[in-house]
Design a binder for this molecule. Structure first.
Ligand SMILES: *Cc1c(COP(=O)(O)O)cnc(C)c1O
Length: 364
C-alpha cells in the first residue's frame, strides 16, 4: 500500500546527518529537538500550542481527559473510522454516541449532529477521514450553539485545510498521529496534540509526564501517563515536515492519474464511485466504492495482478464487540460493504495505476 523504502532512499542523504545529530546530542526523550519540532509544527498548523506525544491514540485519550471526559459522559463521534477513535472514549469509561456520516465524504454529518447532543454530551469527536477534512464550519456551529468542546481526530489529515484553515485548529483540541503509514509519519510511533488554549496546554504537558507539575517534577498534581515524543522521531519529523506539502501534491497528482485511468467506467449505485474530487483532499487513502459482488471481482483482479489493497474499514464502529454504543449508522454500514482502498503515495508508479484500472475494467 505504501513504499517507505523509496521515501527513505529519496531523503537518505539528509537522514544520515539528522540521525547523527541526535545521537551525538545525548538527548533522547524530549529535549531541544522535540521542542523545535513542536514550534515548527505549531507554526505550520497555525496553532498556539503543539505538544509531542507517544501516539495518535494517546493524543485522543489525553485530549479527552483534558476536556474532563470520564465515566457516565457521552462523546458524539463517527462510526466510520479506525477503532482508536472510539477506543479512546471507551478507555475513559465514557460512551461513544455514533452519528452517521455523509455519503459523499464519509465524514460526520453536521445535519445529524444536533439531535445526538444530550445533557451528558461532554465532547464531540469528528475524524477527517482519508485526508479529507470534515465540514468543520458546520460542525463547530452546532458545537458552539450547545457549548460542547470539539476534539478533532486529525490522524489521517496533517496539513489538510478546510476553508483555508488547517484541521486541528477549529476545535478546542486537535489530535495527530505519526504512525509510519500516515502522510507525515515518523520511523516509529509518535503523536501530537494542538490547542490555542493555555490552560489545556498546561494540563496536557502535565498529563503526558506522569501528572508532574512543570515547576516540580516530583510533585504529581494529576494521575498522568508516560506519553512523550522521542528526539529521533522529532528530528525525522522536522525533516519530513519540510517535504510534506510537495509529497502531498504528488499524492494529488497520482489521484488525478487514477481518475484519468478509471474514466469511462459505469458510475452510480451499480458502478464505481471515486473519492470526492476536492482540492483540499490530501489522499491519505484513495478509496473506491463498488457493489459487494463487483468489489469481490475487483479484489480478485488486484490479487491476480499483484496489487495491494485494503478494506478501510470492513465494519463500522457500531459493530465492534469491544464497545457498548448508542446510535444507528446505515450510511457507514453501507459504505463498509463497498469500500476498497488501492495504493496511493508519492512514489506510486504509473504501472500500478494501470493495473488497478485493468482490474476495475475486468470487474465490469
Ligand atoms: C492512525 C489513527 C489513529 C491512531 O494513531 P496511532 O498513532 O496509531 O495511535 C487514530 N485515529 C485515526 C483515524 C487513525 O487513522
Amino acid at each position: 500500500m505504501l513504499d517507505l523504502r523509496s521515501e527513505v532512499q529519496e531523503i537518505w542523504s539528509e537522514l544520515q546527518p539528522t540521525v547523527e545529530r541526535v545521537l551525538r546530542s545525548g538527548h533522547f526523550v524530549g529535549g531541544p529537538e522535540v521542542e523545535e519540532f513542536e514550534r515548527e509544527a505549531a507554526a505550520y498548523l497555525g496553532a498556539r500550542h503543539a505538544l509531542g506525544l507517544n501516539s495518535g491514540t494517546d493524543a485522543l485519550v489525553l485530549g479527552l481527559e483534558a476536556l474532563g471526559v470520564g465515566p457516565g459522559d457521552e462523546v458524539v463521534t463517527t462510526p466510520f473510522s479506525f477503532f482508536a477513535t472510539s477506543e479512546a472514549v471507551l478507555r475513559l469509561g465514557a460512551t461513544p454516541v455514533f452519528v452517521d456520516v455523509v455519503e459523499e465524504s464519509l465524514n460526520l454529518d453536521p445535519e445529524l449532529l444536533e439531535r445526538a447532543i444530550t445533557s451528558r454530551t461532554k465532547a464531540i469527536l469528528p475524524v477527517h477521514i482519508f485526508g479529507l477534512p470534515a465540514n468543520m464550519s458546520a460542525l463547530m456551529a452546532v458545537a458552539d450553539k450547545h457549548g460542547v468542546p470539539v476534539l478533532e481526530d486529525c490522524a489521517q489529515a496533517f496539513g489538510a485545510k478546510h476553508e483555508g484553515r488547517r484541521v486541528g485548529t477549529f476545535g478546542a483540541l486537535g489530535a495527530f498521529s505519526f504512525y509510519p503509514t500516515k502522510n507525515l509519519g515518523a520511523y516509529g510511533d509518535g503523536g501530537l496534540i494542538t490547542t490555542n488554549d493555555d490552560a489545556h496546554a498546561h494540563k496536557l504537558r502535565s498529563l503526558r509526564n506522569h501528572g508532574s507539575s512543570p515547576l516540580n517534577k516530583y510533585l504529581h498534581e494529576d494521575l498522568g501517563h508516560n506519553s512523550r515524543l522521542d528526539a529521533l522521531q522529532a528530528a525525522v519529523l522536522r525533516l519530513k515536515l519540510r517535504k510534506l506539502d510537495a509529497w502531498d501534491a504528488r499524492r494529488q497528482e497520482r489521484a488525478r492519474a487514477y481518475r484519468a485511468a478509471l474514466a469511462g467506467l459505469p458510475t452510480g449505485p451499480d458502478g464505481l464511485t471515486l473519492p470526492p474530487d476536492r482540492p483540499e483532499h490530501r489522499y491519505h487513502q484513495f478509496t473506491l466504492r463498488l457493489a459487494p459482488k463487483r468489489r469481490e471481482a475487483f479484489e480478485l483482479g488486484l490479487r491476480q495482478r499483484g496489487v495491494a489493497f485494503s478494506r478501510f474499514y470492513p465494519s463500522p464502529l457500531t459493530r465492534q464487540p469491544a464497545g457498548a454504543h448508542f446510535g444507528e449508522a446505515p450510511v457507514a454500514e453501507g459504505a463498509c460493504e463497498r469500500v476498497v482502498s488501492v495504493p496511493i503515495h508519492p512514489w506510486l508508479p504509473d504501472e500500478a495505476i494501470g493495473l488497478v484500472a485493468e482490474a476495475a475494467r475486468a470487474a465490469f
